[in-house]
Structure formats: C-alpha cells, structure tokens
Design a protein around this ligand. Structure first.
Ligand SMILES: Cc1cc2nc3c(=O)[nH]c(=O)nc-3n(C[C@H](O)[C@H](O)[C@H](O)COP(=O)(O)O)c2cc1C
Length: 371
C-alpha cells in the first residue's frame, strides 16, 4: 500500500492521505426544517479520518429539494446545524466540504414552494422515482412528474441561490463546497442534450448547455474563493434519463471551461457506478472518457464509483486520478482509511437503512477495533 497513503494538497488543505468520503444522501435531517441533528453530527464525527469528507447533497433552496428529509443550507437553523457538524469533524482533525444540490426535475410538488411543479431546463418527462413522504409520514418511492420549464429569471434566481448557499456553507465552518453537477440533477439536466431542448442561450449548442454550470461556478468561486470549490460530474451517467449525443465534446468543453477557475478539484463518478440503480445501461465509452477528461483537466482529479483497496491503488498508480472517494464502504465502515491501510476486513452495509430511519444502520457500524 503506497499511493493511497501519500499526502496531497487540495486547494488550501493538506490532506494526509487520499481516501475521501463520497457524498451520500442519508435522508435523516431533523424535522421540521431539514436541519442537521445531533445524530448527523455523530455520523460525520465518526468518519472524520477520511482525507476529505464531502457531505451528503444539501439543497440550496426549498425548490432544490427532491427527496424526503434531506438537509438544506438556506436557513439560519440549517447553518447552525451544519456548524455543529463541521466543528465536530475539525475537532477530530478532519476536513469537510459541503455538497451543494439543486435536483431540478427530480422532485415532487410536496417539496416545492406552494406545491408547484418542479423546475427543469425543459418540460420533459423522466422515467424516475424519488423518495417522498406519504400521508402517514412514511418515506416511499414516488413517480417524478413532468416539470415546468425554467424562465431566464428563474435561472438567475437559482444562480443567486448557489452563491448564497456557498456563503452559508462557509459561515457554517465548512472548508469548502462541492457543486453537484452530476447524477441527473439540475446542472446535469442542462448539460445533457437528452434533457435540454431549450432554444435560448441556455440550450442548443454545447457552450449554451454548459452555460448555467459555468455561471454557477463563477458566482460560487467569486463568493468563497476557487481554492475552496470542487465540482462533481458524471459524464455518460444514465441515471435519471441522462444521455448526451456527443459526450466527449460536451464534457471536454465543460472541463476546459472549468480549468479557467483554478478549482480545488474536479470529481468524476465512474459511470458504471453512479448510484444505487443497478439496471442502468452503461456506455462502453466510459473508460475512455475518464482518461480524456483526466488529460484535459489541469488540477487535482478525484474519482468515485465501485472502488476497493486494490482498484483504488491501481487507479492512483496508473495516474487515472489523484484521490479516490468511497461511498458505500464509508457507510458501513466509519474507520475506512485505517482498514484500507492495513488490509483489515470490511463491515457489510445494510441497503435497507441507506435512506431514512434512525441510528440503526447509520451510527452503529463498529470500527475494526470494536469488532
Ligand atoms: C445511499 C447513497 C446515497 C448517495 N448520495 C449521493 C449524493 O448525495 N450526492 C452524490 O453526488 N452522490 C451520491 N451517491 C453516489 C456516491 O457518492 C458514489 O458516487 C457511489 O455510491 C459510487 O461509489 P461507491 O461504489 O464507493 O459506493 C450516493 C450513493 C449512495 C449509495
């Protein structure tokens, strides 16, 4: 074991090793108000030995929410809740970035202001489900309705919301923010040609489809400093109906534009593993596009998706990426870095308790020492 445990500089942070915690939605914020709770503080504190924690996706506004009980970063209470999380992680010597999220069309009127339809680049249906709350208050998977097309004014408001949310994250003591531009959510819906049929300056050409992301990155980096900002992309991801006609050209353009900012890092999700959906159609070109984007991006590259100890070491040795983020292994193993370092066995996770619920399957996974 060598490469995973070499230090690396990311933005202004000096990371002791390269085992990051991937962003993981767990749908357990305190209600009402989607506020990080004492239980959430304990969950992140337990995982502070990650080189860098990227928090679960956190909505930048009420409109940006699409799943039950996910936390926000747009009210004072939420900022205070996140402050307790960042303090706990810092006390343990860890580092933490907050993932900024707007789901776009992957939502439901129950989450939207005034019960409105969710917003998207275009009013196109998606064959997908989101985690909603039924009349008895239980979390259930529900269909995503056809969204309403965003106006230019609506787009400007969202960019302003990203800016404010980034400022709030820094006030909450976060070391930085990661802009979630993958997995079929709002920014990805603009980038991919399948979900963006607009004819104005935010649709049509590659430059136009990438425009909102670049404007969000410009606003957020101006607000909190580019060295404190990462961006997550899922080129060739198929989750939530994503598909692009010319992915090499589209994502190549996005990455070359991102180079202008001097970001802390770029985070790519290996398309074979964008999330929990197993029956997606995987594009055979995915391996090549990761290599292409690695060549085109001029900063630190983080990779995620299906990695284990051996494949992570190999990816670093091959120069495929610089940091590896682990998702599901970190759910079940709060002390994942030490286990990978020494080759200790890993706990198995319980997928039934990934989304929503109590302390069970959340903060009760034992460390190796406890086993
Ligand atoms: C329960 C669960 C929740 C997730 N939530 C998020 C999220 O909030 N934001 C995000 O960008 N990706 C999310 N993902 C994707 C993970 O960050 C990661 O890319 C994926 O799990 C593949 O990595 P792994 O094989 O190490 O788990 C989630 C995945 C899982 C399993």
């Amino acid at each position: 074991m060598t490469n995973l445990f070499k230090s690396i500089k990311v933005g202004k942070l000096h990371l002791e090793h390269r085992v990051a915690m991937a962003p993981l939605t767990r749908s357990r914020s305190a209600q009402p108000g989607n506020v990080p709770s004492a239980m959430n503080v304990e969950y992140y504190r337990q995982r502070a030995s990650a080189a860098l924690i990227i928090t679960e996706a956190t909505q930048i506004s009420q409109q940006g929410q699409g799943y039950a009980w996910t936390p926000g970063i747009y009210t004072d209470e939420q900022v205070q809740g996140w402050r307790a999380v960042s303090d706990a992680v810092h006390r343990e010597g860890g580092h933490i970035f907050l993932q900024l999220w707007h789901v776009g069309r992957v939502s439901h009127p129950i989450f939207q202001p005034d019960g409105a339809l969710p917003v998207a680049p275009s009013a196109l249906p998606v064959n997908g489900k989101t985690f909603i709350i039924d009349d008895e208050g239980n979390g259930v998977w529900g269909d995503v309705p056809v969204p309403q097309e965003l106006s230019i004014e609506g787009i400007r408001k969202i960019i302003a919301d990203y800016r404010q949310a980034a400022r709030n994250a820094i006030s909450a003591g976060m070391d930085g923010v990661e802009i979630h531009a993958g997995n079929g959510y709002l920014l990805d819906q603009f980038i991919n040609s399948s979900s963006n049929h607009r004819r104005d300056e935010y649709g049509g050409s590659i430059e136009n489809r990438a425009r909102i992301l670049i404007e969000v990155v410009a606003a957020v980096t101006e607000e909190v400093g580019a060295e404190n900002v990462g961006v997550r992309l899922t080129p060739m991801g198929r989750f939530m109906g994503m598909n692009d006609e010319t992915p090499e050209a589209t994502f190549g353009h996005v990455v070359r534009e991102l180079n202008r900012f001097g970001l802390a890092y770029l985070h790519l999700v290996e398309p074979a593993m964008v999330g929990v959906v197993k029956d997606e159609q995987f594009d055979p070109r995915w391996d090549a596009i990761i290599a292409q984007l690695r060549g085109e991006f001029s900063g630190v590259l983080m990779l995620a998706g299906g990695y284990d100890r051996v494949t992570a070491e190999q990816a670093l040795a091959d120069g495929r990426g610089d940091i590896i983020a682990f998702g599901r292994p970190f759910i079940a193993n709060p002390d994942l870095p030490v286990r990978l370092k020494h080759g200790y066995s890993l706990n198995e996770g319980f997928p039934a308790s990934y989304f929503g619920g109590s302390e069970q399957g959340y903060i009760d996974y034992p460390t190796y020492a406890e086993v």
